[in-house]
Design a protein around this ligand. Sequence first.
Ligand SMILES: Nc1nc2c(ncn2[C@@H]2O[C@H](COP(=O)(O)OP(=O)(O)OP(=O)(O)O)[C@@H](O)[C@H]2O)c(=O)[nH]1
Ligand SMILES: [Mg+2]
Length: 346
Amino acid sequence: MKERIGFVAIGQAGGNIGRLFEQKGFSVLYVNTSQEDLDTLADVKFMYHITGGEGCNKDRHKAKQLVVEDFDNIAQQIDLKLNTDIVFVIFASGGGTGSGAGPMLMDLLIDEKKTVGAITILPSRQESIKSQINSYECFTELIDIRRSAAVFVLDNDKGDKLTLNQELAEIFQQFIDIPDKHKSILGNIDKAEMEETMKAHGMAVITQSKEEGAAGLIKALNENSFAPIENDGIIKYIAISSCGDFHMTDITKVVGIPLDTFQTYNEDATVCMISGLSYPKTRLDGIYQTIKDSQDMIIKNLRATSELKLNSDVNFLNEFAEHGVKQQKDEKPKSKRDIMSKYFKG
Ligand SMILES: Nc1nc2c(ncn2[C@@H]2O[C@H](COP(=O)(O)OP(=O)(O)OP(=O)(O)O)[C@@H](O)[C@H]2O)c(=O)[nH]1
Ligand SMILES: [Mg+2]
């Protein structure tokens, strides 16, 4: 299954997560506008520096411009390095490079007949307004991509960034291993079914529960690293390897009725992917509100820093000459000629 999935990791966060997938044996191409950021990725296999890029310092527009100018080369690198059925583009929505380049790159690749999903990240509520604005803009573009495959949305509000990265890579790996590791006479999930689940348009989550039955899984659906699921019953697939006594209806009662379900069984833990979910509107509405709440204050501050005229007399030392001699107000500055002529008087 692993050989069917490739990752394009963009920007700093993309790189951090991409590295974990590469360590697990997946093919990953690292793309950045900053050569310095790429240099921090020691011993990775494939990386590409976007031509002309010097980092985007949270400027999404800059990232988009660079991708437009260099798209042919980026696409060529993806073809050369990732010959996979599905490509997941990994990027944070709150920065510049990944946030600007991510959705646009997905759209351009889908246009070239590729199956493209995403792993993206929401900034925590503690982060700057600039990050919130970038994230909201990024999601506006992402939601508009009608033919994208599954989009996983990590939520930095759910904990420490690096822990969230680890949890994601771990759970993803567990899910991908299902066809090879979980085989049961009661039923199997094959690779085609895995792909169908991952190709579904919309948000997706993967969760795990060690508790038997549906109750543990339902709890895990609410307490994981991903953005909260909308409570609207919109859902397309459930692929699940269940442990212990488990009834699909217990879960569909909570998440909604999917188009299709795929199920197998194992002895260790229940692992479940749900796809074709709606995007996390409630969480995004929260980001919008945060931006609106601080908009007036920020505009006022930006205006103030350009309009304010400071009193220029604060530094009383200015009126002293260079060597501490008080300069008389009416004293005219002396030219060199004046000074020299003084020595030739009389
Ligand atoms: N979960 C997670 N979030 C991260 C990580 N690194 C950065 N972030 C978040 O990502 C956002 C910043 O995005 P970056 O990936 O650093 O930015 P970039 O794409 O490199 O863009 P520029 O540096 O602005 O050009 C912020 O919301 C951070 O909290 C990470 O490893 N994991
Ligand atoms: Mg960066």
